[in-house]
Write a protein that binds this ligand. Structure first.
Ligand code: SF4
Length: 82
């Protein structure tokens, strides 16, 4: 009955996920671009996240999960593809 994964990321299968960012929440901490530089970058002008690839390859899932878990503002969302 309980659900420990707010984003559902724990149940995401490799190659079956999509990344979204809620840019209005981003505070420009930059952890995402450090953990998954092929998926996230920071805007040079305001430091806010830029989503480079909303459909990363399967081998990026662990890096994207690290970015999501280390983002201090809940900007990153990992969703299962239907
Ligand atoms: S880690 Fe989160 S708050 Fe920091 S730049 Fe990335 S999305 Fe924005």
């Amino acid at each position: 009955m309980s659900s420990e994964n707010k984003s559902g990321a724990g149940s995401i299968q490799s190659g079956n996920f999509q990344v979204r960012v809620h840019r209005d929440r981003c505070i420009g901490a930059g952890h995402c671009a450090t953990y998954a530089p092929d998926v996230f970058a920071q805007d040079a002008s305001d430091g806010l996240v830029i989503l480079l690839n909303e459909n990363p390859p399967a081998d990026q899932i662990d890096l994207v999960k690290d970015a999501e878990s280390h983002c201090p503002s809940g900007t990153i969302e990992i969703v299962a593809k239907s």
